[in-house]
Design a binder for this molecule. Structure first.
Ligand SMILES: C=CC1=C(C)c2cc3[nH]c(cc4nc(cc5[nH]c(cc1n2)c(C)c5CCC(=O)O)C(CCC(=O)O)=C4C)c(C)c3C=C
Ligand SMILES: [Fe+2]
Length: 436
């Protein structure tokens, strides 16, 4: 089994339990409440009377349907959870005339909707029934703020320095109409209807306060499709995600999340981050098209040289299993490096980039086939870090200078969003910013 950070299968996420009929005398509602208090989570039935889950005493939900993530948590959901089978990314711009007050009301509505849907309940108003019969299916809804949000709401003084626009990269071919945005929402679920239902509810909640700027749809392998949980494959066929930082690593939280004590709470600790970003993270979003016709011309050997890892099992070309250490110095009989100097997996390593690290949590996408027969497919690359300048920007600058993979990909849109910490019970996401 691979040493993956973001497991595919719900049973390995550590947050999903197979649904069971509760013992006599313990209703599903009580079971949910008890489990929630101890950090364990069961199927949605308890909080979902008559909507998403089967009524009490009826057939339990499937293991996929019963997967549930908590909304009121320290870090917003959708960052460290396993990859989900379906994803929607959507950016909004505030409507003309909408400011801080309207934005606060919107985030309050969105948070309530996210909380309800993640628990397997119906949306509060005008539910569409699209997710009826299904459990929460590991739905997560994550909210972020873009650079332009702060001027629109008169909150410039609260704008984190880390939201300064990303530098231009020479290989960028960005479509600005599908980049950036005042607000960003990431939706993920292990069921396509549950994910779509959430997208529709979020859009309807926006009402007249905000308009969709761009929207993208993605997918990953369905949990349970493989014989055992594995690191995901992307549309180039590579095992992708092997070397993601692992939550069990000592420096994981420091690399991915803005520290609670380090955020500028007047403590004089000197962080660049405003207090409202405590426990938050920065998401870099890039729609990266894969030039699959060119890529698929390469032999498997040539493809492996581009990455520096075996295609079959993701192991380094220097040998061992997927998780074996890559020997960067190893040479072949001709004296050539076994892992080429411009191999993607060599030059993205933290030890080649002053320690720069990020948590990659992408979705694949396929938006049909162009008129010339070329697939519009690739990666909705989403990466998370405490400091985008030390994470994404450092690594992308390096890739821009000479990554063997760059001939086969094209960055077509881009966004950078400040994603605050999770909302406490009774609060909404971003409340400390909007009401602070
Ligand atoms: C700027 C950051 C990165 C971009 C953009 C990026 C695009 C991209 N990557 C792959 C496929 C693979 N990437 C792999 C490793 C890897 N990639 C990045 C960063 C970016 N990738 C990092 C930080 C790492 C890990 C480096 C390390 O810690 O050793 C791998 C190898 C397996 C793995 O570790 O995940 C593959 C495969 C594609 C297809 C792509 C754009 C479409
Ligand atoms: Fe990569």
């Amino acid at each position: 089994m691979s040493d993956q950070t973001l497991p595919q299968a719900p049973e390995t996420s550590g947050k999903s339990l197979s649904p069971q009929t509760p013992p006599v005398g313990l209703t599903r509602r009580k079971l949910l409440g008890t489990a929630g208090a101890t950090g364990l989570v069961v199927g949605a039935a308890g909080g979902a009377a008559g909507y998403a889950a089967a009524p009490e005493q009826a057939t339990p939900l499937s293991s996929i349907g019963s997967g549930q993530e908590m909304f009121h948590v320290k870090h917003q959901p959708g960052i460290t959870q396993g990859l989900q089978a379906r994803g929607h990314l959507v950016a909004f711009d505030l409507a003309a005339g909408a400011g801080r007050k309207e934005a606060a009301a919107l985030l309050r509505r969105w948070s309530e909707t996210a909380r309800r849907l993640m628990a397997g309940e119906a949306a509060k108003d005008d539910d569409t029934d699209v997710a009826r019969d299904a459990g929460p299916s590991s739905l997560t809804v994550t909210f972020g703020f873009g650079h332009s949000f702060f001027a629109r709401t008169g909150l410039e003084k609260q704008r984190p320095v880390s939201l300064d626009p990303l530098p231009d990269f020479s290989s960028d071919q960005l479509d600005l109409s599908r980049s950036n945005g005042d607000l960003w929402v990431q939706i993920g679920a292990n069921d396509a209807l549950v994910a779509f239902h959430a997208l529709r509810a979020i859009q309807k909640d926006a009402g007249r306060a905000a308009k969709v700027r761009w929207q993208m749809n993605g997918f990953n392998r369905t949990p349970g499709a493989t014989a055992h949980p594995m690191t995901a494959r992307n549309l180039m066929g590579q095992i992708d995600g092997t070397r993601n930082p692992k939550p069990a690593e000592a420096d994981f939280a420091k690399r991915i999340f803005v520290p609670e004590s380090g955020a500028d709470s007047g403590s004089g600790l000197g962080s660049n981050d405003p207090a409202w970003m405590a426990n938050g993270s920065y998401a870099v979003v890039r729609r990266i098209r894969m030039l699959l016709d060119d890529w698929e011309q390469l032999s498997a050997h040539a493809q492996e040289q581009v990455i520096g890892r075996r295609k079959s099992d993701g192991a380094p070309l220097t040998g061992g299993t997927e998780t074996a250490e890559m020997d960067l110095e190893k040479t072949d009989a001709n004296g050539d490096l076994v892992v080429p100097i411009n191999a993607h997996a060599r030059i993205t390593r933290p030890d080649q980039n002053g320690g720069a690290a990020m948590l990659r949590r992408p979705f694949s996408y396929h938006d049909g086939i162009d008129a010339d027969g070329v697939p519009d497919a690739g990666l909705l690359f989403v990466c998370w870090q405490a400091d985008p300048l030390r994470g994404f920007v450092t690594v992308q600058r390096k890739l821009d200078r000479g990554d063997a993979l760059s001939k086969y990909i094209r960055h077509e849109s881009s966004g950078l969003f400040a994603v605050p910490g999770g909302a406490a019970e009774g609060e909404y996401v971003g409340q400390r910013l909007l009401e602070g």
